[in-house]
Design a protein around this ligand. Sequence first.
Ligand code: SF4
Length: 475
Amino acid sequence: MATQMLPFYDRVEDALQNSTLQHALERNMPRFVALRAQALNKLIDEAALRDQARAIRAKSLARLDELLTRLADTVEARGGHVCWATDGKAAGQYIAELAQRQAVKSIVKSKSMASEEIHLNAQLEAHSLEVIETDLGEYIIQLSGETPSHIIAPAIHMTRQEIGQLFQEKLGMEPTEDIPTMTRTARRVLRQRFVQADMGISGVNFGIAESGGMVLVTNEGNADLTTSVPRIHVAIMGIERVVESLDDLAVMLQVLARSATGQKLSVYTTFLSGPTRPGEPDGPEEFHLILLDNGRSRILGSAYAEALMCIRCGACLNACPVYQSIGGHAYGGVYSGPIGSVISPLLQPDVPDVHQLPYASTLCGACQEACPVRIALPDMLLRLRGDAVQAGKVAPGEQAAMTAWQATMNNPALYRAGGTMASIITRLVGGREGVLKQLPPPLAGWTQHRDFPTFAKQSFSERWAAQHGTDEEPQ
Ligand code: SF4
């Protein structure tokens, strides 16, 4: 948690210096990338499926008001309640008041990024309500007092040795690094919580407008217990997560599981449709759907509307070389990786250094390539950098450097002279190795984690002139 209080570049530095984190990332990240690639390669026409998924997301966003109204009407017709929450505070207030009205003491929760986004646990705990996470990864980070470091694998930054130690401290478990033993311990503790809970809170992967159904995609079965054992079920859905029909859903499910975990289909794909009806043996007595806006309407009306196509599969995080190096916590918010660098500044523009997140990208395009709905993440990252500059959110030193760079690039003679000087100096210092191990301030950060190659003896323009017999600038 302390790491998240630091300025962005200090968090990055901490992450790069953290050998346990580096070990966990090196071990876990390649697996996700390989599983996704295998799953998509098995499709007969991967490109066509992704195009179809993108078209469905675009269509849903274009008709968002109509689809959400249909969804809400259908949920209410089935006996459910709907809360249109403009922000996180409104959502938290609604749930807290509901819990107080219904004498709720204990709450179980399955994985929900929307609830993380609005810090729901903290809001409910402020009303003396106990909230227990039941997704294993979320439970682990709740025990360790952290936030998720990955959209679909919240505890990916931890090693099993760390988790073993945590369980020993918090659950009184005998020392072990055996994953099945740890899982069994967590399951035993959580089963009891399910039985005691009065309220279950879940996220929603997709809401289906035509049927009023909610779809939850999980691998542990905890969401099914969360939504069926307690007497009240509250589902929190970002307003962008609606699809029109079951046909649309069928396409989205095919790309979601493959992109997230490399599965054809997740172990549990659960369809929920409100409170228990007469004659049904189980299920909640009450169902409440929270439709969370929290800045999404603002994004929908902006140049960044495409970011709302995201289905939170995590593939762009796994593909990103920056995420692979620093993990999720360095981003400072709930959403990390390329999609986090786009939506965090849009959802929470007032967080002090959030405008720096779009710089956490090499713009290599791996995120867009991995995204099942082909969101133009690099374009948006660049545009957000432009917005930050326009808003004057650039350090004075950087502004001065860019002004000097602009002057140099506009003056060929100055550019050539600068290149010649740089070539002479770097080759002199770099010697036979051809690399600089340490640059002086303010460039020292570059060589903290990598070498800087010396400039070539002959510039490209000089080689061009020598080969083509003209010193005309190449176009
Ligand atoms: S931006 Fe694309 S790849 Fe990244 S989480 Fe969203 S849907 Fe997945």
